[in-house]
Design a protein around this ligand. Structure first.
Ligand code: UDP
Length: 484
């Protein structure tokens, strides 16, 4: 029989089919392999095509990592052919069907695991059934949901105390009780499934996820201790759940090639974008990107264009094709493109975000506060204009602006489902003001200094012996000892 030390761990990774979940989980799987484990990623043909070359390169370099394909049940669930990623869903109905399709993966995944006898399975939070599958096989399940300690602590406090029930309006602020800091929110900023659980079409899924949380071994966080120490402790000691912080996982990618091919193929060509940035002065460019899921109205895109133009700052603006309102082509002001020539670069589609953020010309980031984007901005030491939209992004905004003090809000007030953007657009004037505050003047400089300090801490955390490196190794030990 092999001893605990000599046994090579074999871990299966099942990422949720959305870029903000898949991208960091692939980074984690690869880091397990670099640390001597055998890693197998379960994915579907279209999703895997985005990272299969990266995994192939890892194998050529001697890592024991591979992809095992399962079919995504589009037809069975009633989704259009090729709709294998949540980011391809454009209506609430489609998103709900997508979640049902993910439930149908239970059987094929269980079959795969039975055939392969792994030591553990790391599965996205939405695979609420993964704990039962793991238990049947006698192996631990670890959760990964692509967010951090701070938002998880907020969710927990809201669920436990329901402070949003004691206010008279959607606008009245309340304090989230029991947290290390005073964090104020309004009902308008809360996810529907949190404040109006019974009305939410996701209520049933949320209930199943919460139930599964108590059965899993613990959660892997894409975070580092020094970023949110009070919340890392609160989560473990007060809420009492096991967690391992291993991030920022984007920093596991050392080469430019690795950073550029994280996620999807880029639309602009990395060279085009980098040579444009190379021609700019340090800290002179604002990078504008709202992640992989956001759907904006044409009216909002128009206001962004106005705000960027009148800010007088240089910018890279990522506009995903799908975010454009197909009914209207007038989402740019007349003559905008010729006026901003040389000063602004519009990327239609997918940008090499980590490469851009790390470029010395980039001095600010307008972000929707998706957790990955926040961590990538932190890791690159770039201060932010925060513009939360949905999911837990309004919580993340609080961390960036009030706790870390490395960002300024654009003034977004209202959470909506990503497929249902009925909000009033944020005005160009407000965008201009926030950008100027960040890029020009003393307050922006203070945020930049703070961001750099955090960026240095982030880099140290993933170095050998750093807090995240140590936690990753202790997680691997925990999986080993589970089997002893
Ligand atoms: N991303 C990217 N290029 C893009 C858009 C997004 O590389 O043009 C990456 C980004 O670096 C991050 C992920 O996609 O790793 C988005 O995750 P996040 O949590 O920020 O937001 P979500 O897309 O889940 O809302």
């Amino acid at each position: 029989m092999s001893t605990a030390k000599s046994h090579q761990l074999h871990v299966f990774f099942l990422p949720m089919m959305a870029p903000g979940h898949t991208i960091p989980m692939i980074d984690i799987a690869r880091q397990f392999a670099r640390n001597g484990a055998k890693a197998t990623i379960i994915s579907t043909p279209l999703n895997a095509s985005h990272f299969s070359q990266t995994i192939e390169r890892d194998r050529e370099n001697g890592l024991e990592i591979s992809i095992t394909l399962i079919e995504f049940p589009c037809q069975e669930a009633g989704l259009p052919e090729g709709c294998e990623n949540l980011s391809s869903t454009t209506t609430l109905e489609m998103s709900l069907t997508f979640y049902r399709a993910m439930d149908l993966l239970q059987q094929p995944v269980e079959k795969l695991l039975r055939e392969n006898h792994p030591d553990a399975i790391v599965a996205g939070l939405f695979f609420w059934w993964a704990d039962d599958v793991a238990r049947n096989l006698g192996v631990p399940r670890l959760q990964f949901n692509g967010t951090g300690f701070f938002p998880m602590c907020i969710y927990n406090a809201l669920r436990a105390h329901k402070p949003y029930e004691n206010v008279d309006s959607e606008y009245e602020e309340f304090v989230v009780p029991g947290l290390p800091d005073e964090v104020k929110l309004t009902r308008r900023k809360l996810p529907e499934e949190t404040k109006d659980e019974d009305k939410s079409p996701f209520a049933e899924t949320v209930r199943k996820i919460l139930l599964s949380q108590s059965k899993s071994l613990g959660i892997i966080m894409n975070s580092f201790y020094e970023l949110e120490p009070a919340y890392a402790r609160h989560y473990r000691e007060v809420i009492g759940r096991k967690a391992w912080h291993v991030g920022p996982v984007s920093l596991f990618n050392k080469s430019n090639e690795g950073k550029a091919h994280r996620g999807m193929e880029n639309s602009s060509g990395d060279d085009n974008c980098l040579s444009w940035l190379n021609s700019k002065k340090p800290n002179s460019v604002v990078y504008v990107c709202f992640g992989s899921m956001a759907i904006f109205s044409a009216a909002q895109l128009l206001e962004i264009a106005k705000g960027l133009e009148s800010s007088g700052q240089e910018f890279i603006w990522v506009v995903r094709e799908k975010t454009k309102d197909e009914r209207s082509v007038d989402w740019l002001p007349d003559g905008f493109e010729s006026r901003i020539q040389g000063r602004g670069l519009i990327i239609n589609g997918w940008a090499p975000q980590v490469l851009i953020l790390e470029h010395e010309a980039v001095g600010g980031f307008i972000t929707h506060c998706g957790w990955n984007s926040v961590l990538e901005g932190v890791a690159a030491g770039v201060p932010m204009v925060t513009w939360p939209l949905s999911a837990e992004q309004f919580f993340n905004e609080k961390l960036v602006t009030e706790i870390l003090k490395m960002g300024t809000p654009v003034g977004a007030q209202e959470w909506t489902k990503r497929t249902d953007d009925h909000r009033e657009p944020i005005k160009g004037d407000d965008i201009e003001k926030a950008v100027v505050k960040l890029m020009v003047g003393e307050e922006g400089e203070r945020m930049r200094i703070r961001a750099r300090e955090l960026g240095d801490m982030a880099k140290r955390a993933v170095e050998k012996g750093g807090s995240s490196d140590a936690d990753l190794k202790s997680l691997m030990e925990e999986i080993r000892s589970y089997h002893l």
